[in-house]
Design a protein around this ligand. Structure first.
Ligand code: PRP
Ligand code: URA
Length: 206
């Protein structure tokens, strides 16, 4: 399932990210803000549980989030979304998956993995700004399933049709949320029109 989240504020920040003249400072801030807005939207579907509390006035029934959460960025660019996601889910655990695309084959190479404990009882939110061929995110989702995760959603900022097809084929049960679906990939497997290399733009390593 792919869901493109439509919101004027999201589209405006995304345009800032796409512009080639946007400096790293503003790019990074936009990634963080978009992550907050997107996770807030995604959380519309989260389950609530009823508890009893006491206000200064009286006892009453109240609602809290029913699940525990894990946020898992795909390094490096996914790191840019973590602080924004934690604004919405401040009690979430944070795991890390390090994957880098081989420049020639465009296949992901794993270099790091540290996942939250009790992963099978948490709702896992994988974040990465870019879904291009889908190789990195599909591998990350498989690593999480292999580690026992049962409830996973994937949140990106720009998705290419090729990546959506790959994730939908490899992991049909995992919802994909994106702020935009772009046209295609170029010969170097970069998203068109896209925004270039998200990791380099966040960390100013162009
Ligand atoms: C980028 C991006 C995704 C991946 C998407 O990471 O952050 O993880 O490419 O491409 P794919 O869908 O074709 O796999 P990259 O490998 O450039 O590493 P970086 O974040 O460290 O720059
Ligand atoms: N990774 C990026 O950072 N950008 C793309 O366009 C494709 C993969």
């Amino acid at each position: 399932m792919i869901q493109e989240i439509f919101h004027p504020i999201l589209k405006d920040r995304l345009t800032l990210m796409r512009r080639k003249e946007t400096p790293a400072k503003d790019f990074r801030q936009a990634v963080e803000e978009i992550a907050t807005f997107m996770i807030y939207e995604v959380a519309k579907n989260f389950k609530l549980q009823e508890i009893e509390i006491e206000t200064p006035i009286t006892k009453c029934k109240a609602k809290i989030l029913a699940e525990e959460f894990g946020i898992v960025p795909i390094l490096r660019a996914g790191l840019g979304m973590v602080s924004g996601a934690l604004k919405v889910l401040p009690n979430a655990a944070v795991g890390h998956i390090g994957l880098v695309r081989d420049e020639t084959t465009h296949k992901p190479i794993e270099y790091y993995k540290k996942l939250p404990p009790n992963i099978s009882s948490k709702k896992i939110i994988v974040v990465d700004p870019m879904l291009a061929t889908g190789g990195s995110s599909s591998a990350a989702l498989q690593m999480l399933k292999d580690a026992g995760a049962k409830d996973i959603v994937f949140v990106c900022i720009i998705a290419a049709p090729e990546g959506i097809k790959k994730i939908s084929g490899d992991h049909p049960e995992i919802p994909i949320y994106t702020a935009a679906v772009d046209e295609s990939l170029n010969e170097n497997a970069y998203i068109v029109p896209g925004l270039g290399d998200a990791g380099d733009r966040i960390f100013d390593t162009l």
